[in-house]
Ligand binder design. Structure first.
Ligand code: NAP
Ligand code: ZN
Length: 343
């Protein structure tokens, strides 16, 4: 069996180390992909740090904004052939028979299986995944641009699709990072009045270039107070927000605060800012396979593109990869780091 390269966190919080592993062959419904590009999502970092209730397993080969080329297909796979350019996101399988799967909401399935942990994600040269969670990439989208759409893109597209609002509704996106800067673009393209909510006032001009009509500095109490009851929906993509009370206060009566960021610490909220105004708090995790395909088409059609910094990484040399991860940890990425692999 041939060997392939990967980068792994060998223990909690560790930097990436080069490793080698045996190449797995695809099962009957699976596709094997040679990975060419992978985005660095903040969820990879939470996983490396084991920030979430289910502890991470090590060595951990993260990465779930994956673009590559099909190199083998299982006997039941009809819609992919060797050489196709494809993408994969955070999910590799669901039960395919529960009430949610039957409605096409596989991302809501209780048996949601991650692309990575314990299997290998896109920080590996070789990924094997069920073909139902592998996506053709529209020709208009170069690989380095398409990679972040597979998680960041669909994660912000899906709640806008699921809780569709009338045109002209007021939508805010909190946390202008990988997810947030795409959220501004989708919300604008769907016809909403868009506001960026950010702890980084230096991001204002770029947030407006992505489609924000307004910008609120979350560290400026006057600006926060002035935004009370202003938004029909807020997508909170911040990896750091702990106290949700100011965000809840900014939601209009009967409006919705959607939790998407996944900080390590437990969140707090003052119930008064939800009860008063009959507001809803929801969560949203990635999107379904249908939403992923729609999002790719919508991005190609509406010219929605992540602003990326491409990092060339040679298998076996983790130094540039570790620098890129450090940039994301320090909130210095503008706005998505994408690794491009070579030998
Ligand atoms: P990112 O690129 O690092 O952006 C996170 C943003 O959060 C930052 O740009 C920053 O925006 C804001 N922030 C506020 N406080 C912060 C703090 N203390 N440290 C760092 N950032 C802080 O992250 P991302 O890849 O967009 O992911 C965002 C969050 O969504 C993560 O928690 C990630 O795990 C989660 N996520 C969830 C899903 C899902 O399915 N629900 C999918 C992917 C990711 P400002 O500077 O504008 O304040
Ligand atoms: Zn992600």
């Amino acid at each position: 069996m041939a060997e392939h390269h990967a980068f792994a966190a060998l223990q909690q919080g560790a930097e990436q180390s080069p490793i080698k592993a045996k190449e797995g062959a695809p099962g009957p419904d699976e596709v094997a992909v040679k990975v060419t590009h992978c985005g660095i999502c903040h969820s990879d970092i939470h996983k490396i740090d084991s920030d979430w209730p289910t502890p991470s397993t090590y060595p951990l080969v993260a990465g779930h904004e994956v673009i590559g080329e099909v190199k083998a297909v299982g006997p039941n796979v009809r819609n992919f052939k060797v050489g196709d350019r494809v993408g994969m996101g955070p999910q590799r399988l669901s039960c395919l028979k529960c009430e949610h799967c039957n409605k096409g909401d596989e991302n809501v399935c209780p048996k949601f299986t991650d692309l990575y942990d314990p299997a290998f994600g896109g920080y590996s040269e070789h990924v094997v995944c069920d073909a139902r969670w592998v996506f053709h990439i529209p020709a208009e989208l170069p690989s380095e641009v398409a990679a972040p759409l597979l998680c960041a893109g669909v994660t912000v597209y899906a709640p806008l699709d699921h809780w569709r609002l009338p045109k002209g509704a007021s939508v805010a996106v909190a946390g202008i990072g990988g997810l947030g800067h795409l959220g501004l673009q989708y919300a604008k393209a769907m016809g909403y009045e868009v506001t960026a909510l950010s702890t980084s006032p230096e991001k204002e001009a770029e947030a407006k270039s992505f489609g924000a009509d307004h910008f609120v500095n979350l560290n400026d109490q006057k600006q926060v107070d002035a935004a009370e009851r202003r938004f029909d929906m807020i997508l909170n993509t911040s990896s750091g927000t702990i106290d949700l009370t100011p965000l809840a206060a900014m939601v209009k009566g009967d409006g919705r605060l959607v939790l998407m960021g996944l900080p390590k610490e437990k969140s707090t909220i003052h119930a008064m800012k939800v009860v008063s105004g009959r507001k809803s708090i929801s969560g949203s995790g990635i999107g379904s396979t249908r939403q992923t395909r729609d999002m790719l088409e919508f991005s190609a059609k509406h010219n929605i593109r992540p602003q990326i910094e491409v990092v060339d990484v040679k298998w076996g040399d983790a130094a540039p990869f570790n620098q890129a991860i450090k940039k994301v940890r320090e909130n210095k990425a503008r706005y998505r780091m994408v690794v491009r692999y070579s030998h």
